[in-house]
Design a protein around this ligand. Structure first.
Ligand SMILES: Nc1ncnc2c1ncn2[C@@H]1O[C@H](COP(=O)(O)OP(=O)(O)O)[C@@H](O)[C@H]1O
Ligand SMILES: [Mg+2]
Length: 424
């Protein structure tokens, strides 16, 4: 079968790399893709966020059998509904189901209704009322814009002033547009974060290996939040007991709750969790694979991913099994200097072949492009350098050995990816 992947980041390169290994797959397409993806798939530049007609036409013209969505925006804008109406096979949640990520208000109300453990929260559509509430309960506190904000709409605040200012930024200055019409103001959770990502056909839940992202830009979790500076899998904080709790208290009530709400959830459901004293609480749900978690999880997956995706669409996921290697994986993100604020593009990248030649190392591309014979930087996050190891230390060492073979002007990366797993 021929498959199209929508997206062009590290997550999509990893999906393309994994799908390409399936004996079931013929041609692989990616829109828009990047330099790395273009080595294994036919790439084409098109708008993927709003106008789905040309995409559907591309699928029809090329007889593509299955479309897979990487990022959240096309899902939230209803690409799945659009394709299904045209009888085109697509993997991902409908617009109504993707609201579990697209609206933090909806997601919080779902969690409250189905008794899924999460931070206590209040919802406001008025800035003054939101601020009065913050004055009353005090800091630390977290202010969240309701809608999608490219990972910038959540402001954890240790001080009262910062929280009051966050309300102004989101609701008055409208830094994220309509996404800030409403806010969720919630309890500040302490603990360790983990990502729990599962396939589901709306009934059965098939969890992938656990993982942990590193959001802050700099070592020691300092600096501004980013799209993610690295990841590792498995996350030791997700013990067997914690895994059980997550399945029983989070994943099952979420999937069953969505079905009960008339929003049958098919695709990948991602629970972002805060775990304290062995008890998980949901920070948020995402309606898709994580980035960069996917770069650490999929290299560990031994099963063919294509039948799993097909089973989610067909509704027979209960017949599927999925296997992982015990070897841990570590992904170190190499970013452009200045990311996530201001950075330059177009720097020539060297050493990619040398890094890729190392055993158990794969360099996934994120913001890259081709310029004549060179691969150049084309975004904030540039590469996800991933290694498998016999243990977490081995994986970390190998990933950094590979990172040191790669260079581009003003490259930056964290030197402490995997430190939490190592300290356990
Ligand atoms: N209630 C909370 N307590 C402490 N930290 C939080 C809380 N909610 C979010 N955060 C932090 O902010 C980050 C981003 O929040 P999240 O809800 O995942 O939104 P998004 O990924 O859409 O930006 C989380 O990964 C976590 O580090
Ligand atoms: Mg998040």
């Amino acid at each position: 079968m021929d498959i199209l992947i929508i997206g062009g980041g590290g997550r999509e390169h990893t999906l393309a790399w994994k799908i390409k290994q399936s004996p079931l797959v013929g041609k692989l397409y990616c829109i828009p893709g990047n330099a790395g993806i273009s080595e294994i798939a036919i790439c084409k530049k098109m708008d993927v966020e709003g106008d789905f007609e040309p995409l559907a036409q591309f699928v029809v013209d090329n007889n593509i059998d299955l479309t897979l969505i990487g990022p959240e925006d096309p899902l939230a804008n209803g690409i799945v509904d659009y394709f299904e109406e045209k009888k085109l096979s697509i993997f991902g949640p409908s617009k109504a189901a993707a609201e579990i990520e697209g609206s933090k208000v909806f997601s919080k109300q779902l969690m409250v209704k189905y008794e899924i453990p999460t931070a206590k929260a209040e919802i406001f559509d008025d800035a003054d009322e939101a601020k009065a509430y913050i004055e009353r309960v005090g800091a630390p506190i977290v202010v969240k814009a309701d809608g999608l904000a490219k990972g910038k709409g959540v402001i954890p605040c240790r001080e009262l002033d910062k929280a009051l200012k966050a309300v102004d930024t989101i609701m008055v200055e409208k830094a994220f547009g309509k996404a800030g019409d409403r806010v969720v103001i919630e309890e500040f959770l302490e603990g360790e974060e983990a990502s729990f990502i599962a396939f589901t056909d709306g009934k059965t839940i098939l969890p992938m290996a656990s993982s942990q992202d590193h959001k802050p830009a700099y070592d020691g979790d300092e600096g501004p939040n980013t799209g993610g500076m690295g990841a590792y899998s498995p996350a030791p904080v997700v013990t067997d007991e914690v895994h059980e709790l997550i399945m029983n208290q989070v994943m099952e009530p979420a999937v069953n709750g969505m079905a009960a709400e008339g929003r049958l959830y098919k695709g990948v459901l991602y629970a972002g969790l805060m775990i304290a004293d062995g008890k998980p609480k949901v920070v948020e749900f995402n309606a898709r694979f994580g980035d960069p978690e996917t770069q650490a999880v999929l290299p560990r997956m031994k099963s063919d991913i294509v039948p799993i995706i097909q089973a989610c669409i067909d509704g027979n996921l209960s017949e599927i099994q999925m296997k992982y290697t015990n070897k841990p994986a570590v992904c170190v993100v190499m970013a452009s200097g200045g990311y996530p604020v201001k950075y330059e593009k177009g720097k020539v990248i060297t050493g990619l072949d040398e890094a890729n030649a190392l055993k158990d190392v794969t360099v996934f591309h994120a913001g890259t492009a081709k310029d004549d014979d060179n691969v150049i930087t084309n975004g904030g996050r540039v590469l996800g350098v991933t290694a498998l190891g016999d243990d977490i230390k081995g994986a970390i060492d190998k990933a950094y050995t590979a990172v040191r073979k790669i260079s581009f002007e003003k490259a930056m990366y964290r030197c402490d990816i995997g430190h939490r797993a190592l300290n356990r």
